[in-house]
Design a protein around this ligand. Structure first.
Ligand code: HEC
Ligand code: HEC
Ligand code: HEC
Ligand code: HEC
Ligand code: HEC
Length: 271
């Protein structure tokens, strides 16, 4: 009886252990793997219209590495990451260790405080039928533009400081800021006060940060100008706005396209 009991125990344990083992060691043949990979890669969620409604959770189910990957501590040739800073990484407005592009826009303290970017704020999908491939490649397996993003949104935060439209400013901010105690709000307490009402910015937090430090405003309006051109922002009405529209503003719209609308902010239940 005792022996049978032991045997039963033994069988039960081996069985229980073998279940997770089987799951772990389940090996896909090269062919099966390729099919699985291809179907994930061409998952309709990457394209319009599905991408417009996709939540971050849906994308992250397959792309968790986007938030986890960090820069190497040393390059393969031995240069320390902490010793190879770009110019903008030496400014006061840059904090913390070097980090990845995605993390700087999604999860670092500054990103969380001031911004509310989603995967599809930048990733708007593309049309695979229109993709270019490397010359002579007719297979269309590796289109060059697969990572295409909507660059208009980059320009909104990485454009030039457009002092030319700002009455009272005679030159770039770096040469004029001392006259205004480095404070944009000396003028912007009164002008264009209806700002940052889009779903990828935290409007109140931005105003608070700007009150403490003008560099914070400049951080998105010239301080990180990767582009040598300014963004033509929409011009919303503001209280006590003059009825005379300046020449440069005559064709400016007064609201953004629907997808940036803060009232249409659709948060998924999981968020
Ligand atoms: C079912 C899993 C899955 C989901 C969900 C998914 N992806 Fe992907 N995605 C893949 C795979 C697999 C590839 C191909 C990766 C490669 O070739 O390195 C890919 C490629 C990409 C690429 C191009 C990367 C490259 O290296 O060429 C981008 C950008 C991307 N996905 C963004 C997104 C976004 C944004 C979402 C959400 C809207 C999303 N993905 C949802 C599996 C997925
Ligand atoms: C601020 C804009 C922005 C946001 C927000 C953003 N991405 Fe990206 N993403 C980019 C850019 C730019 C690239 C690089 C394109 C290139 O290399 O040509 C990229 C590349 C990728 C790639 C290709 C792999 C790689 O590392 O280059 C994947 C996958 C991806 N993004 C997924 C996501 C997911 C998932 C989210 C949301 C959690 C997200 N992205 C949020 C702009 C963004
Ligand atoms: C809502 C504003 C906003 C948008 C939109 C935005 N950025 Fe940024 N970006 C920032 C801010 C703020 C920082 C500084 C983050 C930090 O230093 O922590 C930054 C940093 C960067 C950096 C430096 C990252 C590093 O680690 O050194 C690059 C490169 C960059 N952005 C490119 C882009 C591109 C390309 C796009 C469009 C796909 C984009 N950004 C969209 C606000 C934005
Ligand atoms: C001397 C006053 C003054 C100062 C200081 C000032 N601005 Fe302006 N700014 C203006 C005026 C005036 C306008 C245009 C108002 C209008 O639309 O008629 C303007 C417009 C803008 C616009 C919209 C530009 C466009 O093309 O629609 C942005 C963005 C902006 N300012 C950001 C800033 C930031 C950030 C700072 C600080 C780094 C700053 N301003 C400092 C007066 C000022
Ligand atoms: C995290 C990035 C970021 C920071 C920080 C930031 N802005 Fe902006 N700002 C934007 C973006 C993106 C837009 C375009 C969206 C919009 O107009 O709502 C914009 C638009 C504006 C506009 C034009 C909007 C309109 O309708 O008149 C003004 C003026 C402006 N910002 C001033 C400021 C001032 C002043 C500060 C500091 C208190 C500041 N910004 C800080 C990203 C930023």
């Amino acid at each position: 009886m005792r022996k049978r009991c032991h045997r039963f125990f033994y069988i039960a344990i081996t069985f229980l252990l073998s279940v997770p083992m089987a799951i772990h060691t389940e090996e896909l043949s090269a062919d099966e793997f390729s099919k699985k990979y291809q179907s994930a890669r061409w998952d309709p969620i990457h394209f319009k219209p599905a991408i417009e409604k996709a939540t971050d959770e849906q994308c992250l189910a397959c792309h968790q590495e986007i938030l986890e990957k960090k820069p190497l501590e040393t390059s393969p040739s031995g240069v320390k990451t902490s010793d190879s800073l770009a110019w903008y990484q030496t400014l006061d407005v840059y904090s913390g260790e070097q980090d990845s592009f995605h993390r700087r826009h999604l999860v670092t303290p500054m990103a969380k405080e001031l911004m509310n970017l989603k995967c599809n704020s930048c990733h708007q999908g593309y049309n695979p039928q229109r993709e270019v491939t490397i010359d002579g490649d007719t297979t269309h397996v590796n289109p060059l533009m697969r990572k295409l993003v909507d660059t208009e949104i980059c320009l909104m935060c990485h454009g030039e400081f457009n002092f030319k439209v700002m009455g009272g400013l005679t030159g770039p901010w770096t040469t004029t800021r001392d006259r205004f105690q480095n404070n944009c709000l000396t003028c912007h307490r009164a002008f264009r006060t209806n700002r940052h009402k889009v779903n990828f910015l935290n409007a109140d937090a931005i105003e608070n940060a700007g009150l403490k430090d003008g560099d914070s405003c400049y951080g998105c309006h010239g301080g990180r100008a990767w582009y040598a051109t300014p963004y033509p922002y929409v011009r919303r009405n503001w209280p006590r706005m003059s009825k005379i529209i300046p020449e440069w503003a005559k064709n400016r719209p007064t609201e953004y396209e629907q997808r940036f609308n803060s009232t249409s902010k659709t948060k998924s239940p999981q968020q």
